[in-house]
Ligand binder design. Structure first.
Ligand code: 8IG
Length: 273
C-alpha cells in the first residue's frame, strides 16, 4: 500500500491539511480543540471524555497506516465534550520501530494540529526506573531524552523545546490528582526492550521512564505550535530494575488492570482544559 508521506517530494504539512479536511468532512466537526493519542492502557479514556460524534477508519485518511501491534486500534474519533469543545482521539499511532520513517510517526500529531487542536495529549505505556513505582502508576512526563537519533523537523527550523511538556498543563493535572508523580521519558527506537546496562545509562542521564514513542511526537506537536501534556502508564519496572524478565503479555495485563482508573483520571483532566 502506498503512502503519500513516503514520497520524498511530498509535503507532510500539506498531507496533514488534506487529512484534516477529510476528518472535518467525515465527522461534520469543522474544528477540534484538543487531540489525544491513547497508548497502551489509556484507550478507555475515549469513552469517558464525551460523546463520540464520529469514528473514522484511519486507513481511509491520507498518510495514516494500519497499526501492527495487538491491542492497538486504527480508529480516529471525534468526541464532543460537555463543555462544548471537540476532541480528536488518534487511536492509530505509528511507532518508529515499524520502520516507516519519522514522517509517518508524527503524521497524527500534524493532522491534529491541522484540525485546529491547540493541545496535544500524548500517552503511552512505559518501563519505570523508580523502584517505588508500582506497575499501574500514571506518571506525568516532565521532559524527554530523545534516543532515536532522529527528528521529525525537516530543514533548518530550530524549534525551541524548553517547557515542551507544559508546566501549566502539569499543574492543571495535579489539580485533579495532587499525588501525580512526574519523570523524564527516554524514547528508544525499540522494538526490543532495553538491556540492563542501557537502563543504567538512562538513569545516569537523568531519565525515569523508558519507552518507544512520544518524544518524536511531542517535538512535532511543538513545531506545529501546540501545547503538550504527556503521560506514561508505568506498566513494568525497566530491565534489570525488576527482578524478572520483561514480557509483552505482562505489560498488557498491567495496562488492562490500570485502564479504568487512569482513563477516568485523564477524562477528568480533559474536562478542565
Ligand atoms: I509498556 O520497559 C513498555 N514499553 N523501551 N521499555 C521500553 N518500552 C516499554 C517498556 C520498557 N515498557
Amino acid at each position: 500500500m502506498s503512502n503519500p508521506l513516503d514520497d520524498s517530494n511530498s509535503k507532510p504539512f500539506e498531507i496533514a491539511q488534506q487529512a484534516a479536511a477529510l476528518i472535518a468532512e467525515k465527522s461534520g466537526v469543522a474544528q477540534h480543540d484538543i487531540a489525544l493519542t491513547l497508548g497502551s492502557g489509556w484507550a478507555k479514556a475515549a469513552d469517558l471524555i464525551g460523546e463520540t460524534v464520529s469514528a473514522i477508519d484511519a486507513t481511509e485518511i491520507p498518510g495514516f497506516s494500519a497499526p501492527v501491534v495487538e491491542g492497538h486500534v486504527a480508529t480516529i474519533r471525534s468526541i464532543a465534550l460537555s463543555n462544548g469543545k471537540h476532541a480528536l482521539v488518534l487511536g492509530a499511532r505509528t511507532h518508529f520501530y515499524e520502520g516507516h520513517g519519522v514522517r509517518r510517526v508524527v503524521h497524527g500529531v500534524r493532522t491534529a494540529a491541522a484540525t485546529g487542536a491547540k493541545t496535544m495529549i500524548l500517552t503511552n505505556g512505559a518501563g519505570g526506573l523508580k523502584p517505588s513505582w508500582q506497575p499501574g502508576t500514571p506518571v506525568l512526563i516532565s521532559d524527554h531524552i530523545n534516543l532515536t537519533a532522529t527528528s521529525p523537523v525537516e530543514g533548518a527550523n530550530f524549534v525551541d523545546l524548553t517547557d515542551l511538556y507544559s508546566q501549566r498543563l502539569r499543574d492543571l493535572a495535579r489539580t485533579v490528582d495532587a499525588q501525580l508523580d512526574e519523570g523524564v521519558y527516554a524514547q528508544f527506537r525499540g522494538p526490543h526492550y532495553e538491556t540492563p546496562a542501557e537502563v543504567q545509562m538512562v538513569k545516569h542521564m537523568g531519565g525515569h521512564l523508558v519507552g518507544m514513542s512520544t518524544a518524536l511526537e511531542a517535538i512535532a506537536a511543538r513545531e506545529a505550535g501546540m501545547e503538550v501534556l504527556g503521560f506514561s502508564l508505568m506498566t513494568n519496572l525497566a530491565a534489570g530494575i525488576q527482578d524478572h524478565p520483561l514480557s509483552h503479555a505482562e505489560v498488557l495485563e498491567a495496562g488492562r488492570a490500570a485502564e479504568s482508573r487512569i482513563s477516568a483520571l485523564l477524562a477528568q483532566i480533559v474536562a478542565k482544559l
